[in-house]
Each structure stands twice: as C-alpha cells, then as structure tokens.
Write a protein that binds this ligand. Structure first.
Ligand SMILES: CC(C)(COP(=O)(O)OP(=O)(O)OC[C@H]1O[C@@H](n2cnc3c(N)ncnc32)[C@H](O)[C@@H]1OP(=O)(O)O)[C@@H](O)C(=O)NCCC(=O)NCCSC(=O)C[C@@H](O)CCCCCCCCCCCCC(=O)O
Length: 719
C-alpha cells in the first residue's frame, strides 16, 4: 500500500507502507500509481515527496512475488509517470533504498538522503539486473565506471558516498521527510527537463571500450559461471552506447533471460535461507522466539593458535572485552603481536581506530573466572580439551557459557566433563576465523535452549552467519565433506587425475577443486585426523594401508602422498607441484601421475576414462545423500541450514543455491537413480546407498524443497 496526504499546504506526500522493508508488492505499486495520479490531478498539490514508512524508504521489488505469476501495475511505466510529471517529485530516502526502491528514487527529480541511509542496486546478488530502468538511469547519472561497479557487484553505498557520486542531491541528519518537503516547495516552478535522468546521455568517460572489456573479463573470472554479472555489464554497455529507449529494450531482453533462470531461483532461495536460519529450533521444540539469551558482557578465549587468534579478533572487533589465555610464554608473545597486527589492519581497512585495548592477555586460565562466555580453542585433541573443560568447570562463575571451537569432536562428551553440561555448546568457527562468515553452533542433547540462544545471539553480534546444528561427528559441514573427498580419492584410483577432478568441480562453480583446496589447507591435517580415527594405519603383515577399513572401501592414496612428505603448497608438492614451497600456483605433477599408475598396477586396478559428469555425480550426490541423512537424524532442522553452511563455509557456488537446493533443481528422482546406479557399481561404498529420506521424498512425489520439512515431519511422526 501507499498512503497519500497533503502536507504543508501544497505538498503531496506519498508514503510506501509494506512492513518490514516496504517491498514493492502489487498492492504497493497500485498505491503508488493511484497516489501519483491523484497528486498530479489535484490543483492544490504543487509538488510531491515520496518516502517510506518506519524508517526505511524501500527494499526493492517484492522478491516473494518472483516465484509466481506477476500481477499488478508494472514498475517501468510507474517510474516513467513520475519522471515525466509536470510537478517536481522528491525522494525522501532513509534506512535503505535498494533495487526497485532506488529505481523509483532515480525516476524522481531530486533525491535527499538521511546520513545513515544505504543505497544500492543489489539485483545481481539475486541473479537479476536492475530492470526497472536502473541499469539505464544510474550510468546516465553517475557515469559508466561507477555505475558498472555498483551494478555488477550489487554493493551498497553510504549516503556520504552516494552524495560524492552524485546519486543524491543532499544528505541530512534531520528528519528527511521534513527536509524533503521544504526542499520540494523551494523548487516549485523550476524547469524539470534537466532533472529527468532518462533524457541525458551518459557523462563522457575515456576508453569506454577498454573499460567494458576489462570489466567483462574480471566479472567472468569472479562469477564462476554466474550469468547475472555478465548481463549487468551488457545492460550498462547498452546505456553507454544506445539511446534510452533502445537501452530499455536491451534491459528488458536481458532480464527476460535472467528472470526465469535456475540461477535466479537459487540466489533468491539463498537470500531467504540466510534469513530462515535465524529462526532455529531444537528437537525438544525449543525455538528462537521462546528462548531468551543470557547477557554476555565479558568473553574469554583459551588457546591462541591460529583459530584462537582469529576468534579473539572477531570478538574484540564486535565490541566484546576479551581475556585471551595462552599458557606458553613464547606462543603468547607471538599471538599478541599477530592479534595486534590483525586488529590494526582490520581497522585501517574499515577506517576506524583499532580496538587493541579490548583484549587482555594472560598465561593463567584462572583469569577467565569473571567471563560470561568462554571459547576454548586449544589444539584439536580430546584429552587436552577434556582437561580444559574440567578446569573451566571449577574456575568459571555460575552461569558462564562454556563453548568449544572444535571442527568435529563430541560436544556432549565435553559437556560431561563439567558441573553444568546444559551450559556447554560448540562454536565451530572456520579458518581464518576473523574472515570466514560461517559459524556452526552445535548443541548437544544436554545443551539448554538458553545456552543455544546465547551462542546464536553472540554469533549474530560478531557478524557471523550462525547455523544451529545437532551434535555428531563432523557436525553438518565436515560430515558431508568427508563423502565428497572420499569419492574424489576413489576416482583417482579408478583412472582420474587430480586436475581432471578439479576441473570438473571448478567448471561447476567451485573457486577451487577438492585437490587444490587440499594443497592450500595442507594434506597433513586430514592425515592426522584419519590416523586419529584408526584409519591410515599400515597393516603390520603387509606394511600397506588396507583398501578396506572398518568393513568398507577405503582409499589410502592421500595417506601415501603424505608419507612422501608432500603436504601441499607449504612443502611445494602435494597433488600438484609448485615452483617453491609456499607458492600458490600449482602445475599438474608427472610424479603424481606415475604414482597413481604404479598404485593402480600394484592393486590390480585398471584405469578407465572418467568424464566430468561422473566426477560431479559421485562427489556431489554422495555428499547430498549424507545431507539427507543429516536431515533424517535431525542434526539440521531443514535443507536451508545445510545450504547456508555450504555457501558460507565451503565455498559452494551461491548461484547453485547449496547442495540440497541443487538436488531439488536436478530432480530427486534423478539423484536417487544415479546413486542407485553408483551403489550397484560400488556396493562396498555405503555413502552411495540412497538414504531413506531421499527414497521417501521421491515416493511422496518429490515435493519442492520448501515442502521437505512437511514430509520429514510426517515421517518422524510415524516412527
Ligand atoms: C532491506 C534490507 C537491507 C533490510 O535488512 P534487515 O537486516 O533490516 O532485514 P532482513 O534482511 O532480515 O529482512 C526483513 C524481512 O524482510 C524480507 N525482505 C527484505 N527485502 C525483501 C524484498 N525485497 N522482498 C521481499 N521480502 C523482503 C526478508 O526476507 C525478511 O523476512 P523473513 O521472513 O525472510 O525474515 C534487506 O532485507 C535486503 O537487503 N533486502 C533485499 C534488497 C534487494 O535485494 N532488493 C532488490 C530486489 S529485486 C528488484 O528490486 C528488482 C528491480 O530491479 C525491479 C525489476 C522489475 C521486475 C519486473 C519483472 C519482469 C519480469 C520479466 C519476465 C519476463 C519473462 C517473459 O518475458 O516471459
């Protein structure tokens, strides 16, 4: 809806009303059309101001409408009617003016913004382009280079930057509607043609051809197969080279392709999934809206290795005082220096003062006695973590939340070491902890809803995308990843090379394939974990690591590579070869090819031709199958939780929506059929055996992903 009122005698005030963000639903668009007509019709109205209700101008088109048939008045003629109006129209912008919201403002003759406003055309992040004239008006207003940047990245700008770019005419700290009303009265009777952006051509920029070429190259490289950024460049090129009407036609054509694309569906799904994960629930029925977080004033981090340092920085940057504990003097000194450097660099980047004084360093674990929340980040070793938790139980004040930063150890076992197991949760940060957005918040069977609510609230405050998950080995992310990596190794045994597997995954959209990632993060980490699990241990009789372990197929290929001291980039050799240790550019390594040949010969394996499709199906479907098991086990509340974890923690290409959304797009019957096929071919690989939930979803007619929870509920209630 949009309300119309006459204020200050002769100003027609149109207020967009659609909480929470005044999205441009059919009703809002109708309201604007009616109000504009009325304002232009009424002779008492001399000028118009458009604003939004509840401190926000407009969050853009109503994204929920995109999944069904569109109805109501279209945006383009509506914005056109504002631009051609004979009375001056002023946008009074506060909060946010995004997407279609900014496009309305660009149709107005003047724009006044509150200083705290953020503006942008983020359509590209939803798989679209600004298709209500935004791709044609913004370059005309602020020039091609700046418009290209904003439209292809979707980044939001502050009011100050918008003023500098010429996107807005004035910025104010006062009530923006009051300022806009006064301003509108002051421009009554002034000529408007110069204020109609569509009537301008783009300001001159030198070397436009070269700019477009460079940007296209850059966008294609960064986009990893995403189509919207490429379409955005094409649309801006049309603005720069064609008259407005033809540019609008190009915008429409490009939008028609994007609008119905799978990528747009995936990206819009991600948008809502990211918001849905905040509405967490536990199997007990406890929920985000019925569980109150405890106040957290003081925090502590135990163990200042790489992870602990990143966590301390994240907490401090969010404003929490941190007691940082490390019992080795040398390590403490090094950590102090490293943390100060991280805080200083971060502050420089953000143009703020570094918060060095938020962190107090100590060698004594007793110093955490007053903390409200303690995050243990010592070495990934259960015996060591047990000891720390026993100490914390004795030291910490009653009610303190005790968290472990583990990537997969049993959170419930650690809870059993303390007096108040209900106050123990896992906080699984991803490396580097001050950079990576994802946080898995792990509740055990004894964790209280209050403890989970507190960890989730802290996660939000420190700017992490926090997902609540149940306790199991590897939690959600690493539990699924194990199957992905396992298939990649099996494919090497069967005839693939690391570069063939990586190429298939990179063409799918991953920034790096599984073997390149492994070289980057270090092969020794996985080796240590496998040894800890009793895998990767040579058989005393043969001296060789068996290809069947714990009753299932096992590939010792990665272990054998590690035995050669090939730990990846840091040693200059891993799955690829590097010119020098630490170098980032890996080349295919003939040594690895020969090693694989010898390995196959030794085990009587005959190499066969493996194509990209098999790589994708085996690596991705086995992982997706585990995702269904995770849902079945109640470890993740819904597919959105898994997908958000993969997009934010594991570099899953966002335009593919996440592994579970990808399964939905491929079609569950196809995923099931391929898993059955591969399981028949590899009966000794349990991860390829389709799980019950997948079978049941297919038996229930393969409902869309938004309805999986209903089927899951039905299945659970029958158990
Ligand atoms: C605005 C925000 C910055 C606010 O952030 P905040 O943190 O305060 O709040 P939340 O993010 O938690 O959001 C609260 C709540 O609101 C929901 N929501 C937010 N924005 C929208 C929205 N735009 N639509 C719907 N719902 C929205 C959000 O989901 C939350 O609710 P939930 O229940 O999920 O918790 C922040 O919200 C934000 O960044 N929002 C998105 C901003 C954005 O991306 N805007 C761009 C939208 S797309 C657009 O505007 C397109 C335009 O260019 C118009 C294009 C014209 C379209 C014409 C169609 C042509 C079709 C052609 C087809 C041709 C086919 C053929 O030829 O056949």
């Amino acid at each position: 809806m949009a309300a119309f009122a006459r204020v200050s005698g002769s100003v027609g005030l149109i207020t967009l009303q659609n909480p929470p963000v005044n999205a441009l639903s059919a009703a809002v668009r109708q309201g604007i059309v009616d109000s504009v007509q009325r304002a232009l019709r009424e002779p008492e109205v001399k000028c118009v101001v458009i604003c939004g209700q509840n401190g926000i101008f407009c969050g853009g088109a109503d994204i929920r409408e995109f999944s069904g048939p569109m109805s109501g008045p279209p945006l383009i003629p509506m914005i056109h009617s504002i631009e051609v109006a004979a009375k001056p129209v002023v946008a009074a912008i506060e909060g946010s003016a995004l997407g279609g919201g900014l496009e309305i403002a660009l149709g107005c003759h003047y724009r006044i913004a509150h200083s705290k406003t953020r503006l942008g055309l983020p359509e590209v992040t939803l798989g679209l382009l600004p298709a209500a004239g935004g791709s044609q008006r913004l370059p005309r207003l602020i020039g091609v280079p700046a418009a290209l940047d904003l439209i292809t990245t979707g980044r939001h700008v502050t009011a100050a930057e918008a003023l500098q770019l010429g996107m807005v005419d004035q910025v104010t700290d006062r009530n923006v509607t009051d300022v806009a009303v006064k301003f509108a009265l002051s421009v009554v009777g002034k000529p408007l043609d110069a204020r109609r952006i569509s009537m301008h051509s783009c300001p001159h920029s030198p070397d436009l051809d070269e700019l477009f070429e460079r940007t296209m190259q850059h966008v294609r490289q960064r986009a990893r197969g995403a189509i919207a950024p490429v379409a955005c460049v094409q649309a801006v090129r049309a603005a720069a080279t064609l008259p407005y009407a033809q540019g609008m036609e190009k915008e429409r054509e490009l939008m028609a392709t994007l609008f119905t694309s799978g990528q747009a569906r995936a990206l819009q799904y991600c948008f809502f999934a990211q918001r849905a994960i905040g509405r967490w629930s536990m199997p007990s029925g406890a929920r985000w809206d019925t569980s109150k977080p405890r106040p957290v004033h003081k925090t502590a981090v135990i163990g200042l290795g790489t992870m602990g340092r990143g966590i301390a920085v994240t907490l401090a940057q969010a404003g929490f005082p941190v007691i940082a504990v490390e019992n080795h003097e040398k390590q403490l000194m090094e950590a102090k220096q490293a943390i100060s450097g991280m805080l200083e660099r971060g502050a420089k980047r953000r143009g703020v003062t570094p918060v060095l004084n938020k962190i107090t360093y100590s060698r004594d674990i007793q110093s955490v006695a007053n903390a409200d929340l303690v995050i243990e980040a010592v070495f990934e070793d259960m015996a060591l973590k047990e000891k720390v938790f026993q100490q914390l139980s004795a030291i910490c004040k009653p009610g303190a939340l005790l968290c472990t930063n583990t990537s997969g150890l049993n959170v419930d076992h650690l809870a059993s070491q303390v007096r108040n197991p209900e106050l123990v949760v896992g906080m699984h940060f991803f490396a580097p902890a001050h950079v990576m957005k994802l946080l898995e918040v792990v509740y055990g069977p004894r964790s209280s809803p209050e403890a989970l609510a507190t960890a989730m609230a802290v996660g939000k405050k420190i700017g992490k995308v926090s997902v609540a998950v149940g306790n199991c080995q590897g939690f959600v992310g690493n539990r699924m990843l194990e199957h992905y990596m396992e298939q990649a190794l099996f494919l090497l045994e069967e005839g693939a090379t690391p570069e063939l597997v990586d190429q298939a995954l990179e063409e799918f959209g991953f920034a790096m394939g599984v073997f390149r990632v492994s070289d980057l993060s270090g092969l020794d980490i996985g080796w240590r974990i496998r040894k800890g699990k009793g895998l990767a241990v040579p058989d005393p009789t043969t001296g060789q690591t068996a290809r069947v372990q714990q009753g299932r197929r096992y590939s010792p290929v990665a272990d054998l590579i590690c035995e050669q001291g090939r730990f990846g980039q840091k040693t200059g050799q891993g799955w690829y070869q590097y010119n020098t240790p630490g170098s980032r550019v890996g080349k295919p390594d003939p040594w690895v090819h020969n090693f694989l040949k010898d390995y196959r010969a030794q085990h009587g394996l005959v190499a066969r031709r493996i194509d990209h499709q098999e790589v994708l199906e085996r690596c991705l479907y086995s992982m997706i199958n585990e995702g269904f098991r995770i849902l079945e086990d109640g470890i993740a509340a819904g597919p959105e939780d898994i997908d958000v974890i993969y997009v934010f923690g594991y570099n899953w290409p966002r335009h593919r929506g996440g592994p579970m959304f990808y399964a939905h797009m491929v079609g569950l019957p196809k995923v099931l059929e391929r898993l059955e096929h591969y399981h028949q071919a590899h009966p000794d690989v349990p991860s390829l055996q389709p799980c019950n939930l997948l079978r049941k979803l297919v038996a229930n007619g393969s409902p869309p992903i938004q309805k999986w929870k209903e089927v899951m509920k039905k299945i659970n209630s029958r158990l």
